[in-house]
Design a protein around this ligand. Structure first.
Ligand code: ATP
Length: 245
């Protein structure tokens, strides 16, 4: 009997035959195919970029993986302990647990919560995972400092922050958690060169820790600096105007 070699990058995410068609109710029920027949895997320690023209469905793929968009066709499996959890048709309770324990999503725009400070927004996932308040705040502060967010802003709700300041709060929150799968939707879009370099370093660190990273990086330099390979998505076909389902 021959011993089976362990894969170099055991998969943490497996996407198979994923498809998404939006129904545009304001356009008489026209159907807009956004993603079709997409399959790929991302393994521990890998960073994979989603590529393709604007409107090809890249953000929609991240949202389906994270459970923000329903998966009507295909399969998205997330490593969960010794096995995998299926996101297609997953109950809300499972989706919430997977977000809490297994995957983080860094979107381009911060979802601000009224009256909650930047420091508390960043520390929240750590606290939810059982880290005590002092340590969670200390680690959140260290991450915000690393991303050059001025300390005078830490105690303020980020509603009035600039785009780049809000994005750094989002990045800090996403990278501080213990989730092994990171979904990054243009994490450097509003950042200057100095802070883009910090994000590149953070991605490399998380890869060394065995995280799997799937990202959309419009900035070619950032993509080349972090990603091993690109999954290319074709431009979406024209909408079907028949209104049939
Ligand atoms: N909730 C929605 N309802 C209807 N159409 C949607 C919805 N979300 C996305 N779309 C459409 O699906 C297509 C793909 O959008 P998506 O944002 O996934 O593309 P993308 O490749 O990320 O684009 P970009 O690079 O410009 O950010 C677009 O035509 C978009 O208008």
């Amino acid at each position: 009997m021959t011993a089976r070699a362990e894969p170099a990058h055991p998969p943490l995410l497996a996407v198979e035959d994923l498809a998404k068609t939006f129904t545009l109710h304001l356009k008489g029920g026209a159907r807009l195919p956004a993603v079709a027949g997409l399959s790929f895997m991302v393994g521990a320690g890998e960073c994979v970029a989603l590529g393709g023209p604007s409107g090809a469905g890249k953000s929609s793929v991240l949202k389906m993986i994270y459970g923000a968009y329903r998966i009507a066709n295909g399969s998205v499996r997330i490593a969960d302990g010794a096995g995998f959890a299926e996101m297609a048709g997953a109950a809300p309770r499972l989706v919430l647990r997977l977000r809490h324990e297994r995957m983080a999503h860094v979107s381009q725009f911060l979802r601000v919560i009224p009256r909650v400070s930047a420091l508390d927004i960043v520390a929240a996932p750590l606290r939810a995972a059982g880290t005590d308040d002092r340590e969670a705040k200390a680690r959140a502060g260290a991450m915000l400092a690393r991303l050059n967010l001025p300390e005078r802003l830490w105690g303020l709700p980020p509603a009035t922050f600039s785009g780049g300041e809000q994005q750094r709060v989002n990045v800090a929150r996403g990278f501080l958690g213990a989730q092994k799968l990171l979904l990054l939707d243009e994490p450097t879009a509003s950042l200057d060169a100095e802070n883009r370099a910090v994000v590149v370093e953070l991605i490399r660190e998380r890869r060394r820790e065995g995280c799997a990273i799937l990202g959309i990086f419009h900035d070619a330099e950032t993509r080349a600096a972090v990603a091993d390979r690109t999954v290319h998505m074709a431009a979406a076909p024209a909408p079907d105007q028949t209104g049939t389902t």
